[in-house]
Design a protein around this ligand. Structure first.
Ligand code: HEC
Ligand code: HEC
Length: 181
């Protein structure tokens, strides 16, 4: 090895490119560049908070692609076994908001990961490949605790979910405690 500096530079480049190309690190890089503290843009629309957060948390628009939100908003009379119907005017306003901030429109890295891994037919965040992959080491018996109840109850474990923060270091599971993998 005649040129140690050159070799060092090549190794560094390789390490960096491996990092940039994994979903998560891509998200962290983008976050550094944008200076954002959240993984996903927090909810900003009051009507959405008022109408869509009585039975569960207000899911950030950036958790589902625009096509999925359209599907959710066009089936509110039979919404996962509940009637969540709204008047046409409110549906239009909320759908517009959800579409503008949807995962495939957002520049937040975590949203990009959700967008890439959710099909247009999917109406659930929890069915996206990204969600499933991220939780495959979390035992599903945890959700039997009545304080959790369902994978859809993000904020039971992700204590800062309402701020759009889903980092694995910001997780505390009821009955289990701080998550350390
Ligand atoms: C009457 C209660 C109720 C209202 C109001 C309601 N939802 Fe839901 N929502 C539910 C239930 C129940 C589920 C399924 C939760 C579960 O499986 O644990 C659900 C699930 C969801 C999911 C899928 C979560 C997952 O599993 O990934 C989305 C997205 C969603 N709701 C969006 C909305 C939107 C948008 C609105 C407002 C237009 C809304 N919800 C209003 C009851 C409601
Ligand atoms: C039972 C508790 C629990 C629930 C409910 C839950 N999560 Fe998680 N989530 C975790 C744990 C634990 C991890 C870290 C897993 C690991 O590191 O292997 C995680 C990881 C994640 C990650 C990746 C974080 C990172 O740093 O890479 C995202 C994104 C995420 N969850 C989003 C969600 C969303 C969105 C919901 C609701 C629709 C949700 N989670 C519901 C426990 C939960």
């Amino acid at each position: 090895m005649k040129r140690p500096i050159l070799w060092l530079a090549i190794v560094l480049l390789l390490v960096l490119s491996v990092n940039v190309y994994s979903d998560d690190d891509e998200h962290k890089w983008k976050q550094w560049f944008s200076g954002a503290a959240s993984d996903i843009r927090p909810v900003t629309n009051q009507l959405y908070k008022q109408e869509c957060a009585s039975c569960h948390m207000a899911y950030q628009p950036g958790l589902l692609p625009a096509a999925s939100w359209k599907g959710v908003m066009s089936g509110l009379q039979d919404h996962f076994g509940e009637n969540a119907e709204l008047n046409a005017e409110d549906v239009a306003i909320i759908l517009d908001y959800l579409q503008q901030d949807a995962a495939d429109k957002s520049n937040f890295g975590r949203s990009a990961a959700f967008a890439r891994n959710t099909s247009e037919q999917q109406l659930r965040i929890t069915e996206s490949r990204y969600f499933v992959r991220k939780h495959d080491e979390v035992p599903s018996r945890f959700i039997k605790d009545e304080r959790i109840g369902s994978w859809s109850n993000c904020i039971a474990c992700h204590v800062s979910a309402d701020k759009g923060v889903y980092d694995e270091h910001d997780v505390s599971i009821p009955g289990v405690g701080h998550w350390d993998d």
